[in-house]
Ligand binder design. Sequence first.
Ligand code: ADE
Length: 240
Amino acid sequence: MRIDVLSIFPDYLAPLELSLPGKARAKGLLELHVHDLRRWTHDRHNTTDDTPYGGGAGMVMKPEPFGEAFDELGVDAGTTVIFTTPSGEPFTQALAHELSTRERLVFACGRYEGIDQRVIDHARERAEVREISLGDYVLNGGEVAALAITEAVVRLIPGFMGNPDSLVEESHEDGLLEYPVYTKPKEWRGHEVPDVLLSGDHGKIAAWRHDQRVRRTAERRPDLLAASVVGEWEIVRGTP
Ligand code: ADE
């Protein structure tokens, strides 16, 4: 997979050199390029924003630098352009899986009041476009969202995980949150590891873990529970 990131704050993306995406690069699974959008400006002040037509607060990112960047980077039908924006579709594990199948991602990070709408319309004429939100809150810009999306997607690239089994029981893979985990020592500051985990009974441990996942999801994220799982939780609680 090749990922290009367009930002007026490329230093924000420095963590991509580290840890997980860094490992994917070292394994040859990922080619990553972070670009300063100002490279595609031509005035003395490297201007990337201007006042909004129609008036209103704040500044809007100009279309020309993005257009020239798309041209130079060869954005085409084989590319998915991702605009990170609070008005996009919510980012989920399912969407991370979908994006992990793409050959080429180009992130366009907005700042201020957003990017001129014609950049998005133009990108749609030449590539697949996704407008993605990290959540129902407003960040100062799209860089943190691009970082988070990259990290979630890259670890799903086939061949990245040493042991792909570790992906299976994660939160959000099957609609349930993960069970609580424990390691040594058996007792710490008066808190014990649950007996069942020391029992060696794999059937009982699996049942306990599943029960914990259902309880956690019901308590913290009832919205995630499918009707069948709601039924299961009602059985666990003993209430219809
Ligand atoms: N830019 C600003 N806020 C954002 C959000 N919640 N998600 C993605 N990009 C953003």
